[in-house]
Design a protein around this ligand. Structure first.
Ligand SMILES: Cc1cc2nc3c(=O)[nH]c(=O)nc-3n(C[C@H](O)[C@H](O)[C@H](O)COP(=O)(O)OP(=O)(O)OC[C@H]3O[C@@H](n4cnc5c(N)ncnc54)[C@H](O)[C@@H]3O)c2cc1C
Length: 308
């Protein structure tokens, strides 16, 4: 890591380390049977510390790679494992309708939400903060709010709207399957909207995701049961993944700068003058995405150049 972050080394932030790993691989210095990994050597930590602090990781490497990190370097690579952004919420978990309004009775916490504590980067404590701290906090908000909210009665129309999506998936008799489409979405997003992006690759991603959304209309699931139907659940989730992917790529292509994990090879620097702002993305009923922006509240933080 001296080459990429001479001071922080492996402790540089995740986007920097991830890009370093992937850069070594794409420049042909990858190792392992498929040359798609790099070595992580932690042997200097010693058996005692590894067994105390990293026993699960050691087990994983032994099970899946046949490598014991106490004795030898293990193979690693960088992969998507967290989603920055999400349902925009205020600090109490109220979901935003737009820059100024909220949707009464709609709350979000955990990885699906975006409280905007960490901005555009995945840091070591994102999940703990979002899932545990805000999960508890937002739960308390909901209990408190209930005293003042008059709960609306669910109508037949509400039920019909909710069931429409499920009925479509259960009854549609097309010739596309979720595993195939999902594989294509994964490959497209990793290749074109992953750790390295540019206008050209993001345009490929926008076009591909739009085509996949069309093909999803031709979906068919085999399991038609209404109890514990995991195929139906996967299809539902995949439909939402398609929506979310379109939000990601349409937002990224409009952001002509690099910020945190959003790294544009055609705009390598952060541009605070034009892009120190949250992207607010909306989708209409025809699947068309429109973008707006919301100010960032810096609080006590000052803008600084990131330097590792
Ligand atoms: C490979 C990998 C490694 C990771 N490593 C770490 C790590 O080392 N440290 C760390 O802190 N974090 C790590 N994370 C991130 C962390 O696991 C997640 O941020 C965290 O689990 C999110 O929890 P959550 O409860 O918010 O969401 P989830 O755990 O994603 O739960 C959401 C649930 O909602 C369900 N759902 C989805 N759509 C619907 C719907 N329409 N209706 C009803 N239910 C629905 C899903 O099935 C799921 O059960 C990792 C993630 C991955 C993928």
């Amino acid at each position: 890591m001296e080459k990429y972050a001479p001071n922080a080394l492996e402790l540089a932030s995740r986007d920097v380390v991830a890009r370093a790993i992937l850069n070594e691989i794409r420049e042909g210095r990858g190792v392992g049977p498929r040359k798609d990994a790099v070595y992580l050597d932690v042997t200097h930590l010693g058996k005692e510390l590894i067994m105390n602090k990293l026993p699960e990781l050691r087990e994983l490497a032994i099970t899946f790679l046949g490598l014991d990190m106490i004795k030898e370097p293990i193979l690693i690579s960088a992969t998507a494992h967290y989603s920055m952004g999400g349902i925009p919420v205020d600090i109490d978990g109220h979901a935003r309708k737009n820059n100024t309004e909220f949707i009464e009775g709609f709350y979000a916490a955990g990885e699906c939400s975006c409280v905007s504590v960490h901005g555009a980067n995945r840091l070591g404590a994102n999940s703990v903060l979002e899932a545990l701290l805000f999960g508890r906090f937002v739960g308390k908000t909901m209990v408190k709010d209930l005293e003042n909210i008059e709960l609306r009665k669910a109508t037949q129309e509400d039920a019909t709207t909710a069931l429409k999506e499920i009925d479509f998936l259960l009854n549609n008799n097309g010739n596309e399957t979720v595993p195939e489409l999902r594989e294509e979405l994964q490959q497209c997003m990793t290749a074109n909207a992953g750790a390295f992006r540019s206008k050209d690759t993001l345009q490929i991603a926008v076009d591909t995701v739009k085509k996949l959304r069309e093909r999803f209309q031709n979906i068919r699931i085999k399991d038609k049961s209404k109890v514990f139907n995991t195929e139906l659940q996967e299809a539902l989730e995949f439909g939402h993944m398609l929506d979310y992917s379109l939000f990601i790529v349409e937002s990224a292509i409009a952001r002509d700068e690099s910020r945190g994990a959003h790294y544009r090879e055609d705009f390598k620097n952060r541009d605070d003058e034009n892009f120190l702002k949250h992207t607010m993305a909306y989708m209409d009923e025809n699947g068309k995405v429109s973008l707006d922006y919301m100010d960032v509240v810096l609080g006590k933080h000052e803008l600084k150049e990131r330097n590792y």
